[in-house]
Ligand binder design. Structure first.
Ligand code: TXA
Ligand code: MG
Length: 352
């Protein structure tokens, strides 16, 4: 399959290009597009065959459902059994934006779109290209992140191209996805409501609107949890794992830096090529084959923004082992730490 790449103006997408992309989706095809979090790979959410092709293109296991994207709050009701009051509150405050809500789904949603669950994930993205595409398509768009399963989510069109060229119909290239980590997933079908995946909407901000919201234990897990404890299918799947093993160092910053220096030396003595994922404040402390900064510790949002891009970059350097610094688990830092822990396969060392 030839993959068409269409450059679009991210702030004010050209009608003609949006129409081409919308027609592809209406005919059952696959189009990658930018959102404010990461790039998504879109298919008509109500077309079972198209959604099946979506799973195939990504090589994604069929038991892990995609998020259904809408362009307006009124498009939720037909997809779900009820819109609870709590959902209305959250949608009012956070939509359009990086928040995905889990509802009991209606009969309208094909079972492949929900992976056979009784619930569906819905989000209204805050990106002119995504919104224009959904509107022009005139139906909800199922869109997981536009990466091959097991790769970091794509934060620009080049990442999508690397993973999916030849496997999908088109890519709308609208520049860089600003937030850089995926949306926060909140399950409202449980009591109390639970945050299943930390992401672009910080837990603290959500809790200010919904005080009873709790974190699923998996969100801050320091080891793999037993299957029956997982609530979101995505929790069971391998994610964000670079080719090289990742070791994550947690603790107070001076202890972390000292530990990374010590580990770098011992890996080097074994003849290994070491990569370090550091921060602006610490990057000059290390002597390794490759040292990358994720951004400044005073701006956790910048670290979230750079995380997947730097993971892809360091992975392309054929490193033998990657050592990563931890960051505080507050604001966007919670999502960053969740992704780093998963990337490390829970190979975590506590520096003291
Ligand atoms: O920011 C994002 O959320 C991006 C952009 C493209 O919108 N999308 C994204 O989709 O990250 P994906 O498919 O890579 O991740 C969706 C997550 C998975 O962890 C999946 O298991 C979970 O949402 N999910 C989907 N449906 C669910 C459901 N009914 N119940 C619980 N979790 C669900
Ligand atoms: Mg994904």
């Amino acid at each position: 399959m030839k993959t068409l790449v269409l450059k679009v103006n991210p702030a004010n997408p050209e009608d003609i290009k949006i129409r081409v992309a919308a027609e592809i989706i209406q005919k059952g095809g696959l189009v990658a597009f930018p959102t404010e979090t990461v790039y998504g790979l879109g298919a008509d959410a109500l077309n079972a065959e198209a959604v099946l092709a979506l799973f195939e293109a990504k090589q994604r296991p069929l038991d892990n459902p995609p998020i259904v994207h809408v362009a307006d709050k009124t498009e939720v009701a037909p997809l779900v059994k009820v819109v609870p009051k709590k959902a209305e509150l959250l949608m009012e405050k956070f939509w359009p934006g990086p928040l995905t809500l889990i509802f009991k789904h209606s009969a309208k949603v094909p079972s492949v779109t929900t992976a056979g669950l009784d619930t569906v994930a819905v989000r209204m993205p805050n990106h002119p290209v995504a919104l224009a595409l959904i509107k022009a398509t005139q139906r909800p768009i199922a869109a997981p992140s536009a990466n091959l399963a097991g790769k970091p989510s794509p934060t620009n069109a080049q990442h999508v191209y690397e993973d999916l060229n030849g496997r999908i119909n088109a890519i709308l290239d609208g520049g860089v996805a600003n937030i850089g980590v995926e949306s926060t997933v909140v399950d409202l079908s449980t009591n109390p409501p639970m945050l299943l995946r930390p992401g672009g909407a910080p837990f603290e901000a959500l809790k200010a609107v919904l005080p009873e919201l709790v974190l699923h234990p998996f969100v801050q897990a320091e080891k793999e949890l037993a299957l029956e404890k997982t609530r979101s299918p995505g929790m069971r799947h391998k994610h964000y794992a670079p080719k090289a093993p990742v070791v994550l160092i947690e603790g107070n910053l001076p202890d972390v830096v000292a530990k990374i220096k010590e580990l770098t030396e011992s890996y080097r003595a074994e003849g290994k090529k070491v990569g370090v994922l550091s921060t602006d404040e610490t990057k000059n402390s290390y002597r390794a084959y490759s040292v990358k900064s994720l951004g400044s510790r005073s701006n956790l949002a910048s670290i979230a923004q750079n995380l997947f891009r730097q993971l892809r970059k360091i992975d392309a350097e054929n490193i033998d082992v990657i050592i990563a610094e931890s960051v505080p688990s507050e604001g966007l830092g919670l999502a960053v730490m969740n992704r780093l822990r998963k990337a490390s396969g829970y190979h975590i060392i506590k520096a003291v």
